[in-house]
Design a protein around this ligand. Structure first.
Ligand code: ADP
Ligand code: MG
Length: 314
């Protein structure tokens, strides 16, 4: 039975970034190698007589030479098509800090500021490419449409609206305390964040009547650094932060395992992250996890823990 027939569609990809300039300067030994054809990632290293040699297989593997466009075309285009057909989908970037989550999701515009002729620069990541695909498709279909964007941060289990206009006087008075927004059930199996700004990016009036209306949602998630998960007994001050991040990442892992393994109980309610994404995880949705790792030896421990976490989600 295919994954689709089982009603669960979780795709797990692995991306290994190139060596950084620092790592190259220091001749950092390479411990990760990728075989894109076999969809395999191997980790090998000899430390003090202890030999580590492990191989992981993923749905897709992107090595250090993979371009933003390659990853987008091979992994994200089908998901955005699904959203345009009226389904809810989620794409996560998961990995240690510094391994390329933000590079993968947002990208970089170091040299080229914006693209020429409406083209995106080669370093553009998943988010700008998805926005372009959505508008290109909608415009070519000659259908009426409306697109809404929300942008929020979930930190220490508190939600802040990144699109809300900042009230500078209040920010000063309240010592930069951010306004927290409550999460509520919407009565239709989903949740809503009360008071969250919705920016209408462009719109056309939709006629009342018999027309077929499709409504899809795409969640693009740049997760907290996965090193928090192994550091739950953190130092003072950071203890709560690590604990809450840990809770979200662990719950996300459990929710995905429960969906993949068809367990009766899916613990969506155990963290705000999974409550927020409830209507976009499981059922007729597509989920894609992009796990990111560094090729270098100094990240070995975190790399193994990322590979284990991501592999469990398969
Ligand atoms: P994270 O968000 O996981 O903490 P970043 O996305 O900020 O990591 O990446 C760390 C650094 O590595 C950045 O300077 C970024 O440009 C670079 N980088 C990450 N992935 C790649 C990649 N695939 N190709 C080129 N540079 C990358
Ligand atoms: Mg980042």
């Amino acid at each position: 039975m295919s994954v689709k027939e089982k009603g669960v569609n979780v795709q797990v990809l692995l991306r290994c970034r190139p060596f950084s300039d620092d790592e190259l300067r220091n001749n950092a030994p390479q411990v990760v190698s990728c075989n894109e054809y076999q969809r395999e990632v191997s980790v090998s290293q000899n430390i003090a007589g202890k030999h580590i040699d492990r191989v992981f297989v993923f749905d897709k593997v992107f090595g250090p030479n993979a371009q933003q466009k390659d990853l987008y075309e091979q992994a994200v285009v089908p998901i955005v098509n699904e959203v345009l057909e009226g389904f809810n989908c989620t794409i996560f970037a998961y990995g240690q800090t510094g391994t390329g989550k933000t590079y993968t999701m947002e990208g970089e515009c170091k040299r080229s500021k914006g693209g020429l002729n409406g083209e995106l620069p080669p370093e553009a990541g998943v988010i700008p490419r998805a926005v372009k695909q959505i508008f290109d498709t909608l415009e070519s279909q000659n259908a009426e449409y409306s697109v809404k964007v929300t942008f929020l941060e979930l930190y220490n289990e508190e939600i802040t609206d990144l699109l809300a206009p900042e009230d500078l006087s209040r920010v000063a008075q309240e010592d930069k305390q951010k306004k927290q927004l409550p999460l509520m059930e919407d009565g239709k199996g989903g949740v809503l964040v009360r008071g969250l700004e919705e920016e209408i990016v462009t719109s056309a009036t939709t006629h009342e009547g018999e027309e077929l209306i499709k409504c899809g949602k795409l969640n693009l998630v740049d997760l907290a650094g996965s090193e928090n998960i192994s550091r739950s007994g953190a130092r003072e001050g950071r203890a709560r932060e690590a604990g809450e991040i840990n809770k979200s990442l662990l719950t996300l892992g459990r929710v995905i395992s429960a969906l993949v393994e068809h367990l009766g109980h899916v613990p969506y309610r155990d963290s705000k992250l999974t409550r927020l994404l409830r209507d976009s995880l499981g059922g007729r949705t597509k989920t894609c996890i992009i796990a990111t790792v560094s090729p270098a030896v100094h990240c070995l421990e975190e790399t193994l823990s990322t590979l284990d976490y991501a592999h469990r989600a398969k």
